[in-house]
Design a protein around this ligand. Structure first.
Ligand code: KG4
Ligand code: ZN
Length: 380
């Protein structure tokens, strides 16, 4: 039964990795508030997310972040129609903080609790904005690329004509590292700041992407895989970058850069150009160009194979400027509508969780009391 919607307000809560986030979204479309407490500075010292530290930080931030989201939206908790929370995938301890808090809040307010898949959240970050801007194609299927630090997945999305909700079929995924993970690992081995994606993005514009040629090998289908798959592999290019630094004697300059950036953690890429020679910048530009090219090739091949009517690109790596520019021109050449999230909604946030919960709320969905973290949760 479709619940009678009062205010259309959903509070979203997201804590799957290293951002504690809360947002209020009306009717899955208008973002009234979107608060993110980032732990980047804490984890930067370790060069990656430390799960135990992440859980403790979520515990410290969850109450103030939710309070701030409610205050900024100018609403009262009693006005909410539902509470939505990320169920997975993600870090178990981190997810549990958001889930337990959301459960308690929903119980106390006597409102439904809606469990959301983080990956569907990323897709809905784009859907929400594209719909508002009138850029969302009316026809299905749509092909969604979710490309972040933990995921590189291609989903074919169709609308369920009965419920208006979306269903997903996974037609591609990384068989090893995620694309964002490759950005982060390559940045670390080249002595750049953390997280690596924004550093490589900013530095690549100063190098020549044609100098180092990286290859991507064909990926063998696994047993039981559907015939048509468009998988990715990014661990090979990481090793190729490492080998390049070894064969070109870059280790002394990498160490010097690492020491300089560690001595002054306020340095941003634009203030750090003096730490790079042309060889390092060309390597960075070549790496980014190869990864972006591979993401675009696989996505367009899948779009053609499945007759996709439009593309939705989301996740942290969707913030990358070369990715956006090249995807936009390739899609335009094929007359294929394409949408990206705004930068604020590309990386992890809770507005996308509240937006993804809206069609589920309209269908009367509500999570069981036994809801728990699902670290390996799949979509489609
Ligand atoms: O979606 P997200 O915030 O968290 C996950 O669910 O993983 O994505 C974070 C990832 C990191 O790997 C980060 O390096 C990457 O997104 N990233 C970028 C850029 N901004 C963030 N990668 C390439 N270019 C960027 N501008
Ligand atoms: Zn994410």
């Amino acid at each position: 039964m479709t619940p009678v919607s009062g205010s259309g307000l959903i509070l979203g809560i997201e804590s799957s990795c290293d951002e504690t986030a809360a947002a209020i979204v009306r009717r899955g479309e208008s973002v009234l508030s979107n608060v993110v407490a980032s732990q980047i500075a804490l984890h930067a010292a370790y060069g990656g997310v430390v799960p135990e530290l992440a859980s403790r930080e979520h515990l410290r931030h969850i109450v103030p972040v939710v309070r701030q989201a409610v205050a900024l939206a100018g609403v009262a908790l009693a006005d909410l129609d539902a509470v939505a929370v990320t169920e997975g995938p993600g870090l178990a301890g981190a997810l549990l903080v958001g889930i337990l808090y959301a459960k308690a809040l929903a119980f106390g307010l006597d409102k439904p609790l809606i469990a959301v898949n983080h990956l569907e959240g990323h897709i809905h970050a784009v859907v929400m904005e594209a719909r508002r801007a009138g850029l969302l194609p009316d026809e299905f299927p749509l092909l969604a690329l979710v490309v972040s630090g933990g995921h590189t997945h291609l989903y074919l999305a169709n609308e369920d004509p009965k419920t208006g909700g979306w269903n997903y079929c996974n037609v591609g995924r990384t068989v090893d590292d995620a694309a964002g993970e490759a950005f982060d690992k390559v940045a670390k081995l080249l002595g750049l700041g953390y997280p690596g994606g924004p550093w490589i993005d900013a530095l690549a514009t100063h190098g020549d992407p044609a100098v180092v040629r990286f290859q991507f090998n064909a990926i063998k289908p696994r047993d039981g895989d559907a015939a048509q798959r468009f998988d990715f592999s990014f661990s090979g290019i990481k090793t190729a970058v490492l080998r390049y630094t070894q064969t070109h004697d870059l280790s002394a300059s990498i160490e010097a850069r690492r020491a300089a950036l560690a001595a002054d953690t306020t340095l941003r890429p634009a203030d750090s150009l003096h730490l790079f020679d042309a060889q390092a910048l060309n390597l960075i530009a070549s790496f980014q160009s190869a990864v972006v090219g591979n993401l675009i090739r696989q996505t367009l091949a899948a779009a053609e194979a499945f007759g996709a009517r439009g593309l939705l690109i989301s996740g942290g790596v969707a913030a990358n400027r070369e990715l956006r520019a090249r995807f936009n021109s390739e899609a335009a050449a094929r007359n294929l509508p394409i949408a990206f999230p705004s930068l604020a909604l590309a990386t992890d946030n809770a507005a996308m969780i509240a937006a993804a919960a809206w069609p589920r709320f309209l269908q009367g969905e509500s999570a069981p009391e036994s809801l728990s973290a699902a670290p390996q949760l799949k979509l489609g």
